[in-house]
Each structure stands twice: as C-alpha cells, then as structure tokens.
Design a protein around this ligand. Structure first.
Ligand SMILES: [Zn+2]
Length: 527
C-alpha cells in the first residue's frame, strides 16, 4: 500500500476520533474573589467539624448566614441519624424560564481527624462565591439549587436524605459535586455519569479544564465514595476534586494555610463556567451517551467519542500500519507474529521485575498487610522507576550498537500497536461495565498508530521530536497516576506493587520508540 495513503488514513481516523479540542482560556478570577473565599475558609475550617459537633454547627450557621445575607431564601433540612442531629443547607437561585434545576453540592462536615479545609471546605466556600456571582449577575435560564450536605464523611447521609426526602429533588436535571483529595490545584474532573455527553462538552469548555476518563478507573479502585454516588442513575452528574497536595487528605494538617490560592481560583473558575453553560440554556432533548475525555496541558481537552465505527476504523488502521512497515515487507505473517511476541516479551521484562521489586520492598517493610505510609509507596514507586529507567538506557544503548537489531525493536513497537488496536475489540466487553479503561485503550491505539507510522517512515533528527510530542499526551496522562498511587496504596495492599509496575511498564513502552536507533539502510532492502 502507498505510504501517503496510510498518512491520509491516520489523520482521517484521528479527525474522526477527536471531536473537540478546546484551548485553555483565561481563568478570569479576580483577587477579591479569591480573598473572599479564603476569608470564608478561615472561619469554617479552623477546627475539625465532624457531623453533629458544635464546630460543625458553627460552620453551617456561618454558611447559612452568608447565603441569607445575599437575600436568598435558605432552607435547613433537618433529621436525626446515628445519635446526632444532621442538617443540610439548601437554597435556590431562580432562573428566568426554569424547566428544572441544576444541583451544585459540597459537604460541610469534615472527618474527625482533621479540619477539612480542602475536604470539603473549598467546595463550600466555592459554592458561597458562586451564589454571590449568580445573585449579582443576570439570571440564568434554569434554576440553580445549592446544597451543602451534612454527614458525607460518615456515609454520604446528607446527599441520601436530600435525594429521598427533599421536594426540590423532583426538579434536578443535572448534578455538579465538588470534592477534594488535596489543597492544591487544579480542580480535576474524575468522574461523570454514563449519560454525560452534554456535561462533558460543557466541562471541556471551562478554563484550563483538567481531568481524564482514566481517573475513573483509579477512582473505582479506591474504597472512596462521594455525595455524587447518591445521584448516579437519577440525573447526569459530574464529579470535580482538587487532587494536588493530597498528603493533607483526611489529616490534621488539612488547614486553610495548605490550600493554595491557585486552587481556589481554578475551583471557582471551573464551577462558575460549568454552572453558566449547563444552567444557561435549555436542557438537552435527550441524554446522549457517555464520552471519554482527557486534558493535555497547553492544548486543552480532547473529547473522544466511543462508537463501534471508530473502534473498527482504529483496528483496521493498526493492521494497515503494521502491514505497511518496512520490516514487514517480506514474510509478513511471521514478522507480525514476532513483533507481537516481542512487544509482549518487552512488556513482561518491564513489568515482572518491577512488580517483584515493589512486592519484595513492601513485604520486607510491612509484611502482607500492605503499605502503611505514603512514604513507603513513594519509595516503592521510585524503586520501580529506577528499574524501568535502567531498562530504557540499556535498550537505547543496545539499539545504537546493533542498528540492524533495532529493527526488531521497531517491530516490537508495531506489535504493541497491533495489540493495542485489537484491544479495541474489547470495546464490546467494556460496555458491560468498566468505563474509562476503554479511553485508555483508545488512547494507546491512536497514539501508537501515529508514532508507529512516523517510526515506520524511519524518522531521523528533527522528526523524532514530532514523535516525542505525540507521545507527550499519553505520558502526561499516565504519569500523574504514579503520584496518586501513594494515596490509594494502603487500600490496594500488595496490588499497589502491581499497579506501580503496570504504570511504569506502560510508560516504558511509550518512550521506547524515542530511544531506538534505526538501521541506515534503504527502506526497501530485502531481509
Ligand atoms: Zn470529602
């Protein structure tokens, strides 16, 4: 097949798959707005305020009074549970021609171990600031319901009580939940309901939108839930959380000082923009099915649809690129088979020792109970990273010494591409449950397709930087999960070692084509 035809096909498929590329806009948040949020935070998050505590009563009365001060009608939904009085704060900002309401919520209680400035003080003060903005501006088309829930940390009680017992629930057409795992920005989108196409589009247009469908996979591994869980299946929902600086999560030092100004700014910017676009117009006639999404720094949000057609196209593309590769001109079937075996072999050479290293490290430190501190998982991840770095250095040197052998490595990359593309077939399996991981496969397949094509052209010199740029997207998508791993490590137990190894192996495979030196012989030379 002609090479240019492949190139055209690559770009056609990519153009089909990427529906939206949204450039990051200006945050448009004033210093006064951030200062107001910080002042609110200082009041509500000085001490721990678990549900039912006097500090919690003081905090929620402060939040209520701030809303009353804006001239809003505020309701307190009160009930008794677990031997304590629990109170949700509810207020409605009327729209111009409302046909329902957007529900925006955060929880006002904290854990008993810490003052919860980030979790979820930031959510509360962001909702206050949103109320100030909305009251000061022209009305939106739809109603906006603001809900500050009680008892989230002891079982999402407030969200459940609102859902089951509050009359306003009947109006809810979409849900935005603000949470936190840390006090540093940006505000990350880590979960959306299945019927999310319209929400995904609105979120992608928020300033510096940050997030990834892959985060849903990580989130699903965590034993955590949020208030949004209570609304899934009832209305389309989106879950946003500060994910940086997560060493403060549920700790005594989750104080206002640890919350960054930038985090506050990005939180209100995202919340404000999202609220305006969701409640600013009519509701969609029908809910459109799920879309995958991930953000690329400096570029914006790539919004991937997941239709079987595109998956089919990608799989065909993978095959075409492999068949078109120089190393596979003759004895194609054999070469492809060898490529697949090499790719799998390489994956295991990266994976198994990394897993063994991590497992042995964790075992000698804390036995089979799994990691007991963030530091332990950090050390384990670093150890695994050292192994993968050493492997990459070795492969790079080896391919420089034996350029003719490097062709085999190139085939390995192409084999990986084929594996990734065929993995698209799992699309139909994925539909049964785990969403988010299909985004992972799609991304792997698309990126592998693009780089394999360029590699097949035997890129040298400057062109290698194009390959590097293409690889930046998946590398930047996966690398942050190594940083989140310590956070969830203690819940994963020995699986923490497996997850670290898997992430490192994936990064290794992605970086490989950059290291391979190609043989300087004619493309058409017979083998
Ligand atoms: Zn929380």
């Amino acid at each position: 097949m002609h090479r240019h035809a492949t190139l055209v096909f690559v770009f056609l498929v990519l153009a089909l798959a990427v529906r939206d590329v949204v450039p990051p806009g200006d945050l448009g948040v004033t210093p006064e707005s951030v200062a107001r949020m910080r002042a609110d935070l200082e009041v509500i998050a000085r001490e721990t305020r678990p549900a039912g505590s006097s500090a919690n009563v003081a905090a929620r009365e402060y939040l209520r009074d701030q809303l009353l001060g804006l001239g809003l009608a505020v309701q307190e939904q009160l009930w008794y549970e677990l031997d304590r009085e629990l109170v949700n704060i509810v207020t409605r900002i009327p729209g111009e021609n409302p046909e329902g309401a957007l529900l925006v919520l955060a929880h006002h209680d904290s854990v008993t171990r810490g003052p919860g400035a980030a979790d979820d003080g930031v959510g509360c003060v962001a909702i206050l600031e949103l109320a100030r903005e909305l009251v000061a501006g022209p009305p939106l088309a739809q109603d906006v319901l603001l809900l500050l829930t009680d008892g989230e940390e002891i079982g999402m009680l407030g969200a459940r009580t609102f859902r089951d017992a509050h009359p306003a629930m009947a109006d809810v057409r979409a849900v935005i939940n603000i949470e936190a795992m840390g006090g540093a920005g940006p505000l990350v989108c880590f979960q959306m309901s299945q019927d999310n196409a319209d929400l995904a589009r609105a979120w992608a247009r928020t300033p510096h939108a940050t997030g990834s469908s892959f985060a849903e996979v990580v989130y699903s591994l965590m034993p955590n839930n949020t208030d949004l869980t209570r609304f899934l299946g009832r209305a389309p929902g989106i879950n946003l959380a500060l994910a940086g600086g997560c060493s403060v999560y549920h700790k005594p030092w989750d104080t206002p000082e640890r919350v960054e100004d930038r985090a506050l700014a990005h939180t209100i910017a995202t919340l404000s923009s999202l609220t305006r676009s969701v409640a600013g117009g009519p509701w969609p006639d029908e809910l459109a099915p799920a879309r995958n999404w991930f953000s690329v720094p400096f570029i914006g949000v790539l919004d991937w649809s997941e239709t079987p057609t595109e998956w089919g196209l990608l799989s065909v593309l993978g095959l075409l690129v492999v068949l078109d590769a120089p190393g596979t001109r003759s004895r194609r079937a054999l070469a492809i088979l060898r490529g697949i075996l090499l790719a799998l072999g390489l994956l295991f050479v990266a994976l198994l020792p990394a897993f063994a290293l991590g497992f042995i490290f964790l075992y000698t430190r804390s036995g089979l109970t799994g990691p007991t501190s963030y530091g332990e998982v950090h050390a384990m991840v670093a150890l695994q990273g050292l192994w993968v770095a050493a492997l990459l250095v070795f492969l790079g040197r080896w391919s420089a010494r034996r350029p003719e052998r490097a062709e085999l490595v190139l085939e390995a990359s192409l084999g990986a591409l084929l594996v990734a593309s065929l993995a698209g077939l799992f699309y139909f399996v994925e539909r049964l449950g785990l969403r988010g991981s299909d985004a992972l496969l799609l991304r792997a397949a698309c990126t592998a397709s693009a780089f394999a094509f360029l590699a097949a052209q035997r890129t040298h010199g400057g062109a290698r930087w194009i390959v590097a740029l293409l690889l930046l997207a998946p590398v930047l998508t996966f690398a942050p999960f190594l940083a989140i791993l310590p956070q969830i490590g203690s819940q994963l137990e020995w699986l923490a070692a497996a997850m670290g190894a898997a992430l490192w192996a994936l990064l290794c495979l992605l970086l490989l084509p950059l290291l391979v030196r190609h043989a300087d012989r004619p493309v058409t030379s017979p083998r």
